[in-house]
Design a binder for this molecule. Structure first.
Ligand code: ZN
Length: 445
């Protein structure tokens, strides 16, 4: 089976999801997101139309371990105008132009005085960089090297930032899909970047679509979804849900999922956790060979979720990982860089991973004293030689899967371990187990 056929077989409509992801990214891209404020709330309000979740507000000044929720930041306008009043840099044209959390300014300045506050990327002269100053009160503008070169070194400029820092709150979203297995997995993303597409608008869009798709499917495990600003939001969440984290076995940070490059994988800090094994097994079964990004402490919110007090096993399946593409954190990470098709491809892999997490469990043979007699139960071809015939290949495959499951169903080997040993797929082993249960040969371990 090709990858697309495999997804169809697992009930995943990649084309439909691609169109929806494309439209959502286009709609949400211009919203001025930051750590706090109206842009984040508008983004969450739109995503709440995709999948149901609750939003929570944490007041400014609240302690989140070693951090404090900042004041809320809102911007009405921000620009640099030349002596003729022409706006040479304008936040209304691109919200990356203003350094995040800039304080209010209204001044006339010579170019040389202004210059230290102007940030460019000389190596990417058309692109605007992304800069923030969240925790140090400051201001500045980001512009392309071309825009900088067009300014007059002898000129004077009026700089206006109409922005306010005021007590408010930090907003985060949470949904919990309860399960019956007593096991729980976590999916997180962050929503604090302004008009930047792969890092990071693609993450929250995939987060909401995954939440909806998972909510529509039968599932045994519990799934917890968190979305908020990176770092401070994760710390807020952890500080307010500390005890619930004990139930979580591990999960994924959804980030950078819609780029044009090959699929990539950043493992958990352990590297061989169940999360890693299921992810790697899924890649193998789908015929994917993702780029391996070694674990690095300079990651996303796994820096918090995997910290010593929590040690959750968090991995990321990415398409153009942060730091690994030149457009990262620049205005070139825009809607032309990402696509709904690429996002849906990553989403399909995440759904396939979840299907395997669901399928994976340990069984116990109810006939452990040797092989059960399958023929007596109609589970073995009547003519023994027929299993060598090509026409019976699918029967043969099912029989082989049943024999692997029976052999290892000692309560200690789960289906993932059997898949790793046999090379058979987890869904095929799960189907075999279902058939054996129906014939009274297996029970849950
Ligand atoms: Zn980022």
């Amino acid at each position: 089976m090709s990858g697309d056929e495999q997804f169809r077989a697992e009930g995943i409509d990649l084309a439909g999801l691609a169109a929806e992801a494309q439209a959502l990214m286009a709609e949400l891209f211009p919203l001025p997101r930051s750590l706090t404020g109206a842009g984040v709330r508008a983004t969450l309000a739109r995503l709440a139309q995709v999948a149901p979740f609750a939003t929570h507000e944490v007041p400014s000044g609240s302690a989140c371990y070693d951090w404090t929720v900042p004041e809320e930041w809102s911007v009405r306008q921000a620009f640099i105008a030349d002596a003729q009043g022409r706006r040479v840099v304008d936040w209304a044209a691109n919200n990356l132009h203003l350094v995040g959390y800039s304080v209010a300014v209204d001044r006339v300045m010579g170019f040389n005085e202004l210059r230290p506050r102007l940030h460019t990327l000389p190596g990417m002269p058309e692109a605007i960089p992304y800069r923030t100053s969240y925790y140090q009160r400051d201001w500045g503008f980001c512009l392309s090297q071309r825009q900088l070169e067009a300014m007059d070194p002898a000129g004077t400029y009026r700089v206006v930032i109409e922005a306010e820092h005021a007590p408010g709150s930090l907003t985060y979203a949470q949904a919990v899909l309860p399960g019956s297995s007593g096991r729980e997995f976590l999916f997180t993303s962050y929503c604090c970047h302004p008009s930047l597409a792969n890092d990071n608008l693609s993450g929250p869009v995939l987060w909401a679509l995954l939440l909806r798709e998972l909510g529509r499917r039968p599932h045994r495990h519990g799934y917890r979804f968190y979305l908020g600003p990176e770092t401070i939001g994760a710390l807020c969440y952890l500080s307010r849900h500390f005890y619930e984290m004990e139930r979580v076995e591990g999960g994924f940070v959804l980030t950078c999922v819609a780029g044009p490059g090959p699929l990539g994988y950043k493992p958990t800090w352990q590297g061989d956790h169940l999360i890693d094994r299921v992810a790697r097994r899924t890649f193998a079964e789908l015929g994917l060979e993702p780029v391996e990004h070694p674990f690095d402490v300079l990651g996303s919110d796994e820096r918090q979720f995997s910290a010593p007090a929590f040690r959750l096993a968090m991995a990321s399946i990415v398409k153009d990982k942060y730091h690994a593409y030149p457009q990262y954190h620049t205005s070139a990470d825009d809607l032309a860089f990402v696509s709904g098709r690429d996002l849906a491809a990553t989403l399909g892999v995440y759904l396939a991973v979840i299907e395997r997490l669901e399928a994976n469990r340990a069984w116990r043979s109810l006939n452990p004293h040797g092989e059960p007699m399958l023929g007596r139960r109609g589970l073995y071809p009547a003519l023994g030689g027929a299993i060598a015939q090509p026409a019976a290949a699918s029967d043969h495959a099912e029989l082989t899967a049943m024999r692997w499951v029976l052999f290892f169903s000692d309560g200690r080997h789960d289906l993932l371990a059997i898949a790793e040993k046999s090379g058979l797929t987890l869904p095929a082993l799960a189907r075999a187990a279902t058939k054996l249960v129906a014939n009274g040969l297996l029970e849950p371990a």
